[in-house]
Design a protein around this ligand. Structure first.
Ligand code: FAD
Length: 265
């Protein structure tokens, strides 16, 4: 396999840095090729602005998605973004690794998504009509590839359980797993989450490292999260609401978008 790991932590000697090295070593031991985008080390520019589109006319108001579409089609995106496109197309597996900061990814990683996910590359792909609302949520540029998150949290596992005060971890990560990874076509594996890591000791670290090695060994065989396909018949088009009869009638929330949610829980 060809694995791209996008790493978002400012300190290489952090726990995240140590876990990244564990993951890379295990993947390489399994014979996989690994490339890394280290966002802080690369001094990644996280805000999308006019400077991303040097060929843009200065006169009209700046519209990021319109500028993105034109620059992608003309092949004039900036070199840092083009380089990430090359890596994403090369990889058959994408790993995003980050500490949970304010219930989501660090801003630098969100900025990677904002700038790298160009119009025509990660969105605005495929036929867009009343019969087919674009190639997305199960289709798109990354169809057939796999993706997963490696996340560390200060909070306990219980804080992120079904009744935990933080909300369930699958709900918190849904906008990333479903909105950022599934949207452009990745099969999304369940995340690797390391909870309560702030005061972890050597034994705790070894446990964590072993769990992570196991996940790296099973990257190609772990079943993905069974999200429903947008264009697979489960959604009405163009409202994109789940068809009547699918999901429990009283159910709301993210779990509706899992296949088989009519029978779950
Ligand atoms: P580090 O601080 O580098 O290390 C954590 C512990 O692991 C330390 O005790 C360290 O000694 C030990 N360690 C490091 N490397 C090794 C090694 N090689 N071997 C053995 N032990 C090691 N948490 C939440 O749950 N929810 C939030 O919303 C949230 N928001 C946050 C927002 C911000 C801005 C910040 C700074 C933190 C937030 N946190 C939150 C906490 C955060 O998620 C954790 O601090 C982070 O996940 C810890 O990962 P790290 O790599 O930074 O750990």
């Amino acid at each position: 396999m060809k694995v791209l790991l996008v790493f978002a932590h400012p300190e290489p000697r952090s726990l995240n840095g140590a876990l990244r090295d564990v993951a890379i070593r295990e993947l390489q031991a399994q014979g996989h090729e690994v490339r890394v985008t280290d966002l802080y080390a690369d001094n990644w520019k996280s805000e999308i602005d006019r400077a991303d589109f040097p060929s843009l006319e200065t006169e009209p108001p700046f519209q990021p998605s319109r500028a993105s579409k034109a620059a992608f089609a003309a092949g004039v995106l900036t070199d840092d973004v083009k380089s990430e496109h090359e890596k994403l197309l090369w990889a058959d597996t994408l790993i995003l690794q980050f500490p949970l900061w304010w219930y989501t990814m660090p801003a630098i990683l969100k900025g990677w998504v904002d700038r790298v996910y160009a119009y025509g590359f990660a969105y605005g792909v495929g036929e867009h009509s009343d019969a087919h609302w674009g190639d997305r949520f199960g289709e798109g540029t990354f169809k057939g590839k796999r993706a997963m998150l490696i996340v560390t949290t200060g909070g306990w596992q219980e804080h992120y359980s079904a009744r935990g005060v933080n909300g369930p971890i699958d709900d918190l990560l849904f906008p990333i797993n479903h909105g950022i990874l599934y949207y452009p076509g990745y099969d999304v594996l369940p995340p690797f989450v390391a909870y309560r890591v702030d005061r972890i000791d050597e034994a705790g670290f070894e446990d964590l490292a072993e769990r992570l090695r196991t996940r790296m060994r099973t990257l190609s065989t772990t079943p993905p999260i069974p999200y429903r396909r947008q264009n697979g018949g489960d959604y009405l088009i163009p409202s994109l609401e789940l068809r009547p009869g699918l999901g429990k009638p009283t159910a709301t929330g993210f779990s509706l978008h899992l296949e088989g949610s009519e029978t779950a829980g």
